[in-house]
Unconditional design. Structure first.
Length: 91
């Protein structure tokens, strides 16, 4: 005697249904776009960073001034002032 069960679907059809559901879920997820929002603090940091990058690495006007004083013999540094500044930076 043989028995036939009609309610069981072909395994391949079940697999295809699951696969189609996964694809539709992926396409809905891909529709969403990422949004970036910067805080006010981050915006201030960007402005400061750009301003610092725009500044030259060397203050040529100060270098020229000191060079001309050294060459003319008018550049004198007090040893007490130098020691005070050195000790002040160590603290």
């Amino acid at each position: 005697m043989s028995m036939r069960i009609n309610s069981v679907r072909n395994p391949y059809e079940v697999y295809q249904t699951q696969r189609n559901n996964n694809v539709s879920r992926l396409s809905r997820a891909e529709e969403k776009k990422d949004i970036v929002a910067l805080s006010e603090q981050a915006k201030d940091y960007q402005v400061a960073s750009r301003a610092l990058k725009a500044l030259p690495d060397v203050r040529q006007d100060k270098i020229s001034e000191i060079q001309s004083k050294i060459e003319s013999g008018n550049y004198n540094v007090s040893s007490m002032d130098l020691a005070a500044k050195l000790l002040g930076k160590m603290e």
